[in-house]
Ligand binder design. Structure first.
Ligand SMILES: O=C(O)C(=O)C[C@H](O)[C@H](O)COP(=O)(O)O
Length: 204
């Protein structure tokens, strides 16, 4: 199993995906992977999400995980669907312990020092900074990261092609998450691939 640090360093942008119709899953994953974004976070926000995860895993090169995992039941469902990593908007002790017990790469959300300290208590060092822009943007993450030199981050929430380079220029940031690369609805594969390619190029 790939460690969360490796997953975070696979591509500079993790698409945050909302799938309403399972038919959209494979074309979307195919276009994103073709554009160079291999790590795909499918949010458990829609009834189609678990089937979308199963379907996307058939796309060669895709590393498919579940997002918006908020409790142990959702964790079990996500793992059952074949998720290769788990993203959560926040961090509870019960979810953190369960993810560690399962041995699945886990990226929980943090937004303050207490959240980070709860993660460190569990042995976690890699976090999603969420909601990145609303929680104070890059100045907030710089201030938060300073006392926690061992931690690495994936800012998500309000990230765009335009502001992503600023975030990625900060050393503790390994990647960013964003929905801008994965529009909802019917998939124009050529267009998604083009937008993904621009995002993948942020990695230099
Ligand atoms: O669903 C989750 O688990 C979340 O944590 C929320 C998402 O990460 C953000 O909604 C993505 O933010 P945007 O790129 O600004 O659309």
């Amino acid at each position: 199993m790939t460690a969360i640090a490796d997953i975070m360093q696979t591509a500079p942008v993790i698409p945050v995906i909302v799938v309403d119709e399972v038919e959209h899953a494979v074309p979307l994953a195919r276009a994103l992977v073709a554009g160079g974004l291999r790590v795909l976070e499918v949010t458990l926000r829609t009834p189609a999400a678990l089937d979308a995860i199963k379907a996307m895993k058939q796309v060669e090169g895709a590393i498919v995980g579940a997002g918006t995992v908020t409790n142990q039941q959702e964790l079990a469902d996500a793992i059952g669907a074949g998720s290769e990593f788990i993203v959560s908007p926040g961090l509870t002790e019960s979810l953190g312990k369960a993810a560690i017990r399962e041995g699945i790469p886990f990226l929980p959300g943090i937004a303050n020092a207490g959240d980070i300290m709860r993660g460190l208590d569990l042995g976690l060092t890699h976090f999603k900074f969420f909601p990145a822009m609303a929680a104070g943007g890059l100045p907030a993450l710089k201030a938060l990261a300073a006392p926690f030199g061992q931690c690495r981050f994936c800012p998500t929430g309000g990230i765009t092609l335009e502001n992503a380079p600023d975030w990625l220029g900060f050393d503790p940031v390994l990647c960013v998450g964003g929905s801008w690369v994965a529009p909802r609805g019917a998939v124009d594969e050529a267009e998604v691939e083009k937008v993904a390619r621009e995002a993948a190029a942020l990695g230099g």
